[in-house]
Design a protein around this ligand. Structure first.
Ligand code: URA
Ligand code: SF4
Length: 225
């Protein structure tokens, strides 16, 4: 697919997500969070659902879990702006509860479309919800983390969710070790040179409501949907 066609379709998906009425989460969200990153990303990271900061800003992984994820990416030498980051559901569940099955189902077309357009070589499900949605409900993150699954021409390498480490020093260590394993697997499977894509094109943000400033302003070059 042509580069500009990809860009246009991803923008259209983001536009639909921003006004999506398809499940009850539409009633309580401030901003839907379509996802952000490079449209030519070789790697996608897929979390569970937006939290409070994501709901306020319309961007994925910008709160505490996001800061920890940024540190993990840095540790692994994976530039955040060269990957694509999204979630299983695009709107915040009230009180950050786990998304319900019908919400995941209602939202899944968007993620499947994003994956189909971006055509990543590697998808990294973050945490149990993402793993179960992407690879089957019987999967267990404790057993499947850092394993490589091949499905429809894509490699899936699950990791624990970064939020799991926020109040758990053991989990910090585990995730810091796991992300280095992830990097090894990436190097083995697609080659280190392919991670950074100099062709990356980024899309400017279109945000409806931003009641509060976040303490972390997005870098100028970062893609925002
Ligand atoms: N947790 C997630 O799963 N996704 C986000 O975007 C932020 C926190
Ligand atoms: Fe639509 Fe997904 Fe938001 Fe539900 S969570 S309203 S399906 S974008």
């Amino acid at each position: 697919m042509l580069f500009m066609d990809k860009l246009q379709i991803l923008e259209e998906i983001a536009g639909e997500v921003k006004t999506c009425p398809k499940c009850r989460l539409a009633e309580t969200r401030l901003n839907a969070v379509p996802g952000e990153g490079s449209i030519s990303a070789r790697i996608m990271f897929i979390g569970e659902a937006p939290g409070e900061n994501e709901d306020k800003t319309g961007r994925p992984f910008v709160g505490q879990a996001g800061k920890f994820l940024n540190g993990l990416l840095e540790k692994a030498g994976i530039p955040r702006e060269d990957v694509f980051i999204s979630n299983i559901v695009k709107c915040r569940p009230p009180g950050n509860r786990v998304p319900l099955p019908d919400e995941v189902e209602a939202c899944s077309d968007y993620l499947m479309a994003q994956i189909a357009i971006i055509e990543p070589k590697i998808v990294v499900p973050l945490g149990a919800s993402s793993l179960k949605t992407l690879l089957g409900k019987d999967r267990k993150i404790t057993q499947d983390r850092c394993k490589v699954f091949r499905k429809s021409g894509i490699l899936y390498i699950p990791l624990y969710h970064p939020a799991a480490a926020l109040h758990n020093p053991k989990m910090v260590e585990t995730l810091q070790a796991d992300v280095l394993i992830l990097k090894e697997l990436i190097n083995r499977e697609i080659g280190e040179d392919e991670i950074t894509d100099l062709q990356s094109v980024h899309i400017p943000a279109e945000k409806k409501v931003a009641p509060e400033k976040t303490d972390e302003e997005p870098p100028q070059t970062l893609t925002l949907f």
